[in-house]
Design a protein around this ligand. Structure first.
Ligand code: PEP
Ligand code: MN
Length: 339
């Protein structure tokens, strides 16, 4: 439920409503907008709903809306202004498209430095790179771990690009927090609730990838874990879902991006690399993502994809990335013109 306070509601009236929500067994979540105050009523269904509904006649209350969706804090109904997430000065969800780029895995100092310099020169805003890798096979390269994090930090030092990197489990969380500017939750971990609960308490923005088999509702509820636990700085990432068609690694759910934007105030970025699995399709999928309203892109780039230790076939090389960035310009201009 959402309690809309009237424009002239006083501090005392707002406090009274918050107290009553608590007495009824729920948690109030205050959103103070420029013009009016909205209070989200969150918590388990054990609370006494009908008593909260009776607040409709309390002084200062304009309306109480029952929301049909199971999520509240991520809902655009609760917070009509879109969230802008700040990653060390890079603003995701504002008017500028944000591009995160870098290798699937950090493989060596030389590989990462060359990629970082190249993507920065081509206009990327954030450097990506996995130090802890969730690989389908236990025999595949598993990432450099702490060593990889140190190399990422060195690349940030030299280029000034903030870094986003994956945290695979609660056991690695402290190490990743120490180095990362943004914590990536991988697709396979979208419903790792102990990890989400811990990430809700860390002072870092989170990039929450959609699980390959997750519905939009499940994805937004995973984000709700982060917000309800105290971390409002969440960026969603659509990275392709499993469908019946095995021609492509995944199927890019572009309509899902548009729907998630209709339902939720969080920024959304698209990962055309994992969504297609094919280098040749990445630029077109990236343009389509921009056109449908994505707030950003995350792109895999490797200086020599044929030698990559993970995801070479979907990685752009540096000239390919620069060409993709150039090719985005008409789509970016089109979206800006439509605003
Ligand atoms: C990655 O970003 O390299 C990755 C493993 O992505 P996903 O979790 O989407 O599979
Ligand atoms: Mn990858």
């Amino acid at each position: 439920m959402i309690v809309n306070m009237s424009a002239g509601a006083t501090k005392e009236q707002i406090e009274h409503v918050m107290d009553r929500i608590k007495e009824c067994g729920f948690l109030p979540h205050l959103i103070q907008g420029a013009e009016r105050t909205v209070i989200g009523v969150v918590g388990k269904n054990r609370g006494r709903r009908s008593e909260v509904e009776a607040l409709r006649v309390a002084p200062g209350v304009e309306d109480i809306i029952s929301i049909s969706q199971p999520f509240t804090l991520v809902s655009l109904q609760l917070q009509p202004q879109r969230t802008v997430v700040d990653v060390k000065g890079v603003k995701i969800g504002g008017p500028e498209l944000v591009v995160m780029a870098g290798p699937c895995s950090v493989e060596s100092r030389e590989q990462l430095m060359e990629t970082a310099r190249g993507v920065k020169a081509a206009g990327a805003h954030i450097l990506r790179g996995g130090a802890y890798k969730p690989r389908t096979s236990p025999y595949d390269f598993q990432g450099l771990g702490i060593e990889g994090l140190k190399i990422l930090a060195e690349a940030r030092e030299e280029t000034g690009l903030p870094i986003v990197t994956e945290v695979m489990g609660v056991e690695d969380l402290d190490a990743v927090v120490e180095y990362a500017d943004m914590m990536q939750v991988g697709a396979r971990n979208m419903q790792n609730y102990p990890l989400l609960r811990r990430l809700a308490t860390v002072p870092r923005p989170v990039l929450l990838k959609r699980g390959p088999s997750a519905t939009i509702k499940e994805w937004l509820l995973a984000a709700e874990y982060l917000l309800s636990g105290g971390n409002p700085n969440v960026v969603l990432c659509e990275r392709g879902i499993k469908t019946f068609d095995a021609e492509l690694r995944n199927t890019l759910d572009l309509a899902g991006v548009a729907l998630a934007k209709e339902l939720c105030h969080l920024p959304i970025v698209v990962d055309p690399s994992h969504a297609t699995g094919r280098r040749s399709l990445v630029p077109a999928a990236a343009r389509a993502a921009v056109a449908i309203g994505a707030d950003g892109l995350i792109i895999e780039v490797h200086p020599c994809p044929e030698r990559a230790l993970s995801d070479g076939p979907q990685s752009l090389d540096l000239p390919g990335f620069a060409a993709m960035m150039k090719g985005l310009k008409p789509a970016i201009a089109m979206v800006a013109a439509g605003r």
